[in-house]
Design a protein around this ligand. Structure first.
Ligand SMILES: Nc1nc2c(c(=O)[nH]1)N[C@H]1C(S)=C(S)[C@@H](COP(=O)(O)O)O[C@H]1N2
Ligand SMILES: [Mo]
Length: 260
């Protein structure tokens, strides 16, 4: 377990953001489903975003690790949030067969597109980490995640130099129309704690938490951690994907860089 001392700046910025969000959540003003209606919170997040990305990279470093916790601190229940049981036809069919026919596709700006089965992913070298998940709604949970490091999969696919982002495509739709999706940049994609998790607390990932596979990006807020993955694409730009802001919630007002 390692804990890096927070820099004064990122600490106070984080504290401010947390106070604002928690205060707003306590007043019932925001939730993951209602934040997009709150202009004040969104403009606060927006103005802090660029500064946050730059300061975090500058002060904490590209490779700085998120805090990892001892097993004794694992939350008894890891609260499922957002979609908890996808109702799309695709998901229901794959789940009915225990995801035996599910494949993770890796495509876009890669030399070798991949189609990985759950057993292939489970057989790959993996990393296990106990981390804290912070949702913008104001709750946290500590869980142990295991799965291959995303960077290893990207190495296998061979990423073109022109690729700038990794986009994660999901099998669920919160609004019954648009697939949940997310994106991260290459620094985040090749970070040693960025995993494609197939297990939570030594058990196969439960449906509530994103079965069969979900992203873990430990230095950012919960909404970045796409659940119910079906595909990954390497892209140069994401403005032509759905609303163009790089994620389901980003298209509805959340900031793209959600550093904690
Ligand atoms: N596909 C998908 N991924 C998602 C969501 C979702 O609704 N659908 N919700 C996000 C939000 S807001 C949070 S806080 C976390 C919740 O993860 P959990 O269900 O394991 O708690 O998943 C994120 N990833
Ligand atoms: Mo969230």
């Amino acid at each position: 377990m390692s804990r890096r001392p927070p820099s004064e700046f990122s600490f106070s910025r984080r504290a401010l953001l947390q106070r604002t969000l928690l205060g707003a959540a306590a007043l019932g003003l925001v939730g993951c489903d209602r934040l997009s209606e709150n202009d004040a919170v969104i403009s606060l997040l927006d103005s802090a975003e660029t500064l946050n990305l730059k300061t975090q990279r500058l002060l904490a470093g590209r490779e700085s690790l998120a805090v990892e916790y001892p097993a004794s601190m694992i939350s008894p229940v890891f609260r499922p949030n957002g979609t908890v049981d996808p109702q799309t036809e695709l998901y229901r069919q794959l789940a009915a067969n225990d995801f035996a026919d599910w494949r993770l596709t890796v495509g876009g700006l890669v030399r070798t597109p991949l189609e990985l089965s759950l057993s292939t992913l489970r057989g790959m070298p993996s990393r296990t980490q106990i981390t804290r998940h912070d949702c913008v709604e104001g709750w946290s949970a500590i869980g142990q995640w295991s799965g291959p490091v995303l960077g290893d999969i990207l190495e296998q696919a061979g990423v073109h130099d022109s690729a700038r982002y990794v986009v994660f495509h999901c099998m669920d739709q919160l609004d019954g129309q648009h697939d949940y999706y997310e994106s991260i940049d290459m620094v985040e994609a090749f970070h040693p704690q960025t995993l494609l998790a197939h297990s939570l607390n030594d058990e196969p990932l439960p449906v509530g938490n994103g079965a069969p596979l979900r992203l873990r990006v430990e230095r950012q807020l919960g909404y970045k951690m796409a659940k119910y993955l079906k595909g990954i694409t390497l892209v140069e730009h994401f403005d032509d994907i759905q609303g163009g802001k790089g994620g389901y919630w980003e298209d509805r007002g959340y900031t793209w860089y959600a550093g904690i």
